[in-house]
Design a protein around this ligand. Structure first.
Ligand code: NAD
Length: 506
């Protein structure tokens, strides 16, 4: 299913978006987009040619000349319209997403909704892209700042949130006055393209939003392109590090949100029922294919006795196609992901972890060909084991033990990743201690997946993030703009003076 071939005539093809038009690629390399619950071929996606990437950037560069001067209210109103169109088309967007990615329909709506929140935030740009002013910094002199757009910006997105993550990027880039070239995941670009159609319908002018598809070669072309000023990347640590190094070397502003191994600390005083519910939802939801999934729970002291109840909770989850009502855990995105996750489970057993619940090869009537792995729980996991060291990105929860909160915090801070974390406790003192000492970007207190809402920015520590500023929220306004500081004086009799040969303003 991962083969790249030229499209057969009857299969739908995913288009490029260049200069306001959805165009057929002239690519010779194509990839199948396959329903992961059924292996049905949905469409083929091209790996755009270098000339197509250049054409997309050229169209964005030209559109920038007028878009950058478009009044802020006019920009805001497009996103007001856009949020309405996304709401009106929510069910269709979720259905496309589930077909190509696999997550359940309610979770697909959640994926779209978390992106929609950023679109709503973009519509409030009038309150966000504001400079500062200081009056009388010297005699008759005022200083003020303007936050001007950079030019052509680009976004590179992962497969696991094909609606939310593109919506983290292009609305905020465009509403601040930039133009954009998006490179969606080649695994599930169809919902992203539907969102782009709706963006044009909302009034985004031709050339302001462009889309190219592809893999490594297209990403490298974006990193190197002299007319692209900034890149926002979300994906694995390996690829993000490459993008960061290559694109910063080419002089670009870059932000990379990357891989994770999110730990939750379970204190023995936590509300047991709520904690077990939270762990099951956050570990196995979306089949564990969330960058904020809980993949390690560190059980402190007496909480180590909760393993059998956690396993019982995991067993209650229903595995199946995302389109079926009542399903909790859908398929993994691809056969390659299925093989990788099964291989890591085997490796966990070989490394000596206790397989408390084996989710391999579940029976899913009617969907025998789907890439299903059920909830899997490993107990007695220790640093050094492959299942602890690698991001599994599947429905596999590793349980580790600690005797104290200190030991648990030390374990988390010693892990290279710093994307998300959570503590479950009824103690305010323990929670405060945790949020103060933990070196992780997103911190939850009795909240397992603390993805920030759009008035804040997504962030990350250590191997989970490169670049200073996060996507969406206040930080992204700084990311997508250049601050210009203007110092001005208007001469009249009171401000006139003779020659000044010093650096001081008089
Ligand atoms: P990925 O790194 O494989 O792909 C991300 C993007 O990079 C895609 O558009 C892909 O086409 C491109 N790409 C892939 N290989 C490349 C290469 N060799 N050279 C250049 N470009 C390449 O990631 P994925 O598998 O799509 O997504 C899962 C990963 O993303 C996980 O590690 C997950 O933790 C991470 N993620 C992080 C966040 C976050 O906010 N920190 C959010 C979502 C996903």
């Amino acid at each position: 299913m991962d083969a790249t071939t030229t499209p057969a005539t009857k299969v739908a093809t995913v288009k490029l978006l260049i200069g306001g038009k959805f165009v057929e690629s002239k690519a010779t390399e194509w990839r199948d987009i396959v329903n992961p619950a059924t292996q049905e071929l949905l469409a083929k996606v091209p790996f755009a040619t270098p000339a197509e990437v250049d054409a997309a950037v050229a169209s964005a560069k030209e559109a920038f000349q007028t878009w950058r001067k478009t009044p802020i209210g006019a920009r805001a109103r497009i996103f007001l319209k856009y949020q309405q169109l996304i709401r009106e088309n929510m069910a269709e967007l979720a259905a496309i997403l589930t077909a190509e990615q696999g997550k359940t329909l309610p979770d697909a709506e959640g994926d779209v909704f978390r992106g929609l929140e950023v679109v709503e935030h973009a519509a409030a740009i009038g309150n966000l892209q504001l400079g500062e002013m200081a009056n009388n910094v010297a005699n008759g002199v005022d200083t003020y700042t303007v936050m001007q757009p950079l030019g052509v910006c680009a976004g590179i997105t992962p497969f696991n949130f094909p609606a939310m993550i593109p919506l983290w990027m292009f609305p905020m880039a465009i509403v601040t006055g930039n133009t954009f070239v998006l490179k969606p995941s080649e695994q599930d670009p169809m919902v992203t393209m539907r969102l782009c159609e709706l963006a044009l319908e909302a009034g985004i002018p031709a050339g302001v939003l462009n889309v190219v598809h592809g893999g490594e070669a297209v990403v490298n072309a974006i990193c190197d392109h002299k007319d692209i000023k900034a890149i926002s990347f979300v994906g694995s640590t390996k690829v993000g590090t490459h993008v960061y190094n290559r694109a910063t070397l080419a002089g670009k502003r870059v932000q990379c949100m990357m891989g994770a191994k999110n730990h939750a600390i379970v204190m023995p005083d936590a509300n047991k029922e709520q904690t077990l519910n939270a762990l099951a939802g956050a570990s196995f939801g979306a089949a564990g294919q969330r960058c904020m999934a809980v993949s390690v729970a560190v059980l402190v002291g007496e909480a180590q006795k909760w393993v059998p109840e956690l396993v019982e909770k995991a067993k209650t989850l229903r595995i199946g196609a995302g389109t079926e009502k009542g399903v909790d855990v859908g398929p993994l995105v691809s056969c390659a992901a299925y093989d990788r996750v099964n291989g890591l489970i085997e490796r966990g057993v070989a490394d000596g972890a206790t397989l408390a619940l084996d989710g391999r090869k579940p029976t899913v009537p009617g969907y025998e060909k789907g890439n299903f792995v059920g909830p899997t729980v490993f107990a007695d996991v220790k640093p050094g084991m492959t299942i602890y060291e690698q991001e599994i990105f599947g429905p596999v929860l590793c349980l580790a033990n600690a005797e104290s909160i200190d030991e648990a915090i030390e374990m988390i801070n010693a892990n290279p990743n710093g994307n998300g974390t959570a503590i479950f406790t009824q103690s305010g003192a323990a929670a405060r201690r945790f949020q103060e000492d933990i070196d992780v970007g997103q911190v939850g207190i009795n909240v397992p997946i603390p993805v920030p809402v759009p008035m804040f920015s997504f962030t990350g520590s250590r191997a989970s993030k490169l670049g200073d500023l996060g996507p969406y929220g206040k930080q992204v306004i700084l990311f997508y703009t250049q601050t210009k500081t203007v110092t001005e004086r208007w001469f009249d009799d009171s401000t006139a003076h003779g020659v000044n040969t010093t650096i001081s303003l008089k």
